[in-house]
Design a protein around this ligand. Structure first.
Ligand SMILES: NC(=O)c1ccc[n+]([C@@H]2O[C@H](COP(=O)([O-])OP(=O)(O)OC[C@H]3O[C@@H](n4cnc5c(N)ncnc54)[C@H](OP(=O)(O)O)[C@@H]3O)[C@@H](O)[C@H]2O)c1
Length: 215
């Protein structure tokens, strides 16, 4: 599958792109700066090998040429990025991993005006958007490493077909994907990340995650 990673030059996008390339997917790294994205694509090819199907360019080109879009930008850039890509995102499956953190208080839950970043994304893109909220709890430290991802990945959406595609892609990252209900549940998913960041700091454990039991 061809996946655009908007903000793919960043920490989280790097790890996801790396794992999807290793799983045989095609990745288009997107950036506000095409040269920066091309450099990231070269870096990923050097890690994965010459068979890696990866390219880099501006965010619009990345979205235009892909079926699935991972949105991986800081919350401060979330609304603006979605507005700038609204036309191109119209018929794409969008996996939004944004956590509405408010630095420097990143260990405290912050509910944004629209209750959650994913619900704000839907308000911008429209009710029909094939929007999935997921991957808020997987640290970039784990994504960039070679080990399996031990934590579960909760994914929610109002669009079942999009959710199925996203859950398959999450499995391809090496994690267990869990159906977490409608997009409204993104409020809870996004809110858990600051709690995990607190636990990281309190117990000095880099990259803690969650595991659902009883399944
Ligand atoms: N890091 C983690 O462990 C982690 C875990 C779970 C979820 N998340 C979520 O994943 C998202 C990305 O996190 P990250 O750590 O990868 O972030 P990051 O490295 O700080 O930024 C990712 C990319 O976003 C773009 N960006 C930065 N500022 C921007 C702005 N003002 N306007 C438009 N684009 C901007 C940049 O790409 P260009 O300059 O190339 O355009 C940057 O490389 C966040 O929403 C975060 O909450 C992160």
């Amino acid at each position: 599958m061809k996946i655009a990673v908007v903000g793919g030059t960043g920490k989280e996008g790097h790890g996801m792109a790396l794992r999807w390339l290793r799983a045989g997917h095609e990745v288009f790294i997107g950036s506000r700066d095409a040269a920066k994205a091309k450099a990231k694509a070269d870096e990923l090819r050097a890690i994965v090998g010459d068979t890696a199907k990866v390219q880099g360019g501006d965010n619009v080109s990345a979205v235009r040429s892909s079926a699935v879009v991972l949105l991986s930008v800081p919350y401060s850039a979330h609304g603006e990025t979605l507005q700038s890509l609204k036309a191109e995102l119209a018929d794409r499956i969008i996996i939004d991993i944004t956590v509405p953190l408010v630095p420097p208080q990143v260990r405290r839950v912050h509910l944004p005006k629209g209750q959650s970043a994913a619900l704000e994304a839907r308000a911008i893109l429209g009710e029909g958007a094939q929007l999935v909220a997921a991957l808020h709890h997987v640290s970039s430290l784990h994504l960039a490493a070679e080990h399996d991802i031990e934590c579960d990945v909760l994914a929610c959406s109002d669009h079942e077909a999009a959710l199925e595609v996203a859950m398959d892609l999450i499995r391809d990252l090496g994690a267990r994907a869990i159906h977490a209900g409608p997009l409204a549940n993104a409020v809870a998913l996004e809110s858990l990340t600051p709690v995990l960041l607190h636990i990281n700091k309190h117990y000095k454990g880099p990259g803690v995650g969650i595991r659902i039991t009883g399944l």
